[in-house]
Design a protein around this ligand. Structure first.
Ligand code: FAD
Length: 604
């Protein structure tokens, strides 16, 4: 294992808000290694052969096809990318894990869900929290697709409040087994899984406990299933209720320790969240690709619709959301990979290093989950619009892409929960002294009450104004969240709408910064001319981010500040969201759209 970064260059989780990142210190998709590019191409080739041509079958709820494709993915090693070689995986780093997840997920949400549930929440709890015997017994079979995994946390009465489940695990009198009784709901892969990670409560414990439960059709051991759920989308993803009636499992199948289940469940979700962001990217690329081709072909008013400004606007925005999502997802993925490597170099085991790292970057994982799941929805929505009536037809890929995208905002923690978590975790980190928010927040406070500088900044260099704007957006977060913490202290969590607004500011700052840094890094190595459209995408995203930040901050400020305090903060907000040179977004969009239509594909 070779480490590519020095400790002092690697930002800690959440630190992006208060530390400046240099373009050369972020990883972008243009940095993929030859090995990663080969992996990407073989996954793409697999999808084009095994999934994309069979889209209609997936929509007809062909669950067997999902199982078959998952089996083939296992044979090719795709299910074991993140699994160390000693457990029959490929032992690749986290960037490669994200890459496979990204490209395998774009053709149908059914495979995206089956893949995510199996490789993430279905396998990782054993890999990260299992003991050596458990790992040896289960992980190789899961990594190769001989067995499939499922994750049973949600219950009819326990969704977002995941620790409130009623499923019970009772130690048998001889102390050798646990008897599990309860009902789980919305379980992905339930129809074909052999290994279930089940969370249950022992006696009246405060926290749930994790267990590995095997399922064998010939000997069901009290496990029964509900019918397949009838869903809006992801039609060929198996989703069922799972009932445990006196299901007896060996006591040694407990995962980690008694009462540690909630922690396992949450940490598995951190990984799941960032992977879900990756899983939203290829769908956006493919949808944009279809829209571009259609727009070039479709003639109305004797003109290809791609020539209309209204369509250019959509194509440009669609491509931009995919490109920015990539920038932020792979930036965070590499930070995570580097931190895991650094921890291992310092002597930590692979599983400890992964666990601590995902906990550390939980803020970025939530940010990405929210941003990319909403982008894929908007992108497919606009995709439908570009195709007009044909977009509404099940004969084009837009219709199922739109329905499939909807689930991403619900599972792996709803976007409301993830938004509030992101800000909550950041504040907690500040309280613990892991991220210094107090100093920067005080500095912003002083800036607000001080006399504004009359110096005209020099924005002549490329991205000088944009980078200054990113700094200012971060100040807006510090101003709003800092004042809110001061005002409400521990009670801040009661003010959910304020937290949601603060979270949107945080999300926009991270996404916009990632976009600007990706473009800047690429301009430095490929030249400004070659990156004309990427520059336009970064600037276009930032323009929207500034608007969102402005709107959310106003909402937040007005909710808790009055009189002079409110006036001062609103004046600060005006200053922090003011462009010196307002970008010409129409021109930016035209630049992007013209490249897309001249290449007749998603080409970034
Ligand atoms: C297709 C599908 C597949 C799934 N796969 C799995 C799986 O494999 N394993 C598994 O364990 N689970 C799975 N789930 C469950 C999924 O994780 C939950 O649906 C999700 O966590 C939300 O829980 P809920 O549906 O009970 O909604 P609720 O928790 O009832 O939420 C309803 C609404 O209230 C909001 N809300 C809830 N609590 C709060 C709060 N404190 N503050 C503010 N707003 C709040 C939510 O954001 C949401 O908008 C799956 C769900 C679906 C639909």
């Amino acid at each position: 294992m070779e480490n590519s970064i020095k400790e002092d260059k690697l930002l800690r989780g959440g630190q992006f808000l208060v530390k400046e990142t240099k373009a050369e210190d972020i990883f972008t998709p243009e940095d993929f290694t030859e090995e990663q590019k080969m992996m990407r191409d073989s996954v793409k080739e697999f999808v084009d052969r095994e999934i994309w041509p069979k889209k209609e079958e997936f929509e007809k709820k062909n669950y067997a096809l999902t199982e078959e494709v998952m089996g083939k993915a296992g044979e090719l090693g795709f299910l074991g990318v993140a699994v160390p070689e000693k457990y029959d995986g490929l032992g690749m780093g986290f960037v490669s894990t994200m890459l496979v997840c990204d490209y395998i997920s774009g053709a149908t949400g059914s495979i995206a869900t089956a893949f995510g549930a199996h490789t993430g929440i279905g396998t990782l709890p054993i890999l990260l929290y299992g003991n050596e015997e458990q790992r040896k017994k289960y992980v190789p079979k899961l990594a190769t697709g001989e067995w499939f995994g499922a994750y049973c946390l949600t219950e009819p009465g326990a969704g977002s409040d995941a620790n409130s489940g009623k499923t019970k695990a009772e130690l048998t009198e001889d102390g050798k087994s646990y008897k599990i009784n309860g009902q789980k709901m919305w379980i992905s892969n339930a129809g074909f899984a052999s290994v279930f990670i089940v969370f249950a409560r022992i006696e009246d414990d405060k926290n749930i406990t994790g267990f590995i439960v095997e399922y064998d059709k010939e000997n069901p051991n009290g496990i029964t299933f509900g019918e397949e759920e009838k869903k809006l989308g992801i039609h060929a993803s198996s989703t069922r209720q799972v009932f445990f009636n006196d299901t007896v499992i060996p006591a040694e199948n407990m995962l980690s320790e008694r009462g540690n289940g909630f922690k396992i469940a949450m940490n598995a979700l951190n990984v799941g969240r960032i992977k879900l962001a990756a899983a939203s990217l290829e769908a956006q690329r493919r949808v944009t690709d279809v829209a571009v081709k259609y727009a070039n072909d479709r003639v109305q008013f004797k003109t290809p619709i791609a020539k209309f400004g209204a369509i250019k606007l959509k194509l440009a925005e669609m491509a931009t959301s995919a490109w920015v999502g990539e920038a932020a997802s792979y930036r965070a993925a590499k930070n995570i990979e580097d931190r895991i490597n650094l921890r291992q170099e310092a002597g930590e085991s692979h599983s400890d290093a992964e666990l601590k790292t995902f906990e550390e970057y939980a803020i970025e994982c939530s940010i990405l989950k929210v941003a990319c799941s909403e982008d894929v929805q908007n992108c497919s929505d606009e995709g439908i619009q570009v195709l007009g009536g044909m977009g509404f037809s099940a004969d084009t890929p837009m219709e199922s892409a739109w329905r499939d995208a909807r689930i991403a905002r619900i599972y792996e923690g709803t976007n409301e929960i993830n938004r509030m978590l992101a800000v909550g975790m950041l504040i907690k980190k500040a309280m613990k002294g892991h991220v210094d928010l107090l100093g920067p927040a005080q500095a912003v406070g002083e800036e607000l009450t001080g006399i504004p500088s009359m110096d005209k900044p020099d924005f002549n260099e490329l991205f000088a104004e944009e980078k200054d704007m990113i700094k200012k957006l971060k100040k807006v977060f510090l101003m709003v969240a800092g004042s809110a913490v001061q005002k409400f202290g521990q009670d801040l969590e009661e003010h959910q709408q304020l937290l949601l607004a603060a979270s949107d500011i945080l999300i926009e700052a991270y996404m916009a910064e990632s976009a600007i840094l990706r473009a800047e890094k690429n301009v430095k190595r490929f030249g400004e001319d070659a990156q004309k459209e990427q520059i336009a995408m970064a600037k276009l995203y930032l323009y929207h981010a500034v608007d969102t930040v402005n709107q959310k901050a106003k909402e937040g400020i007005a909710s808790f500040a009055e009189g002079d305090e409110q006036r001062m903060m609103l004046m600060g907000l005006k200053r922090f969201t003011k462009y010196d040179r307002m970008p010409n977004v129409v021109e930016l969009r035209n630049t992007i759209a013209e490249k897309l239509t001249s290449e007749n594909k998603y080409c970034f």
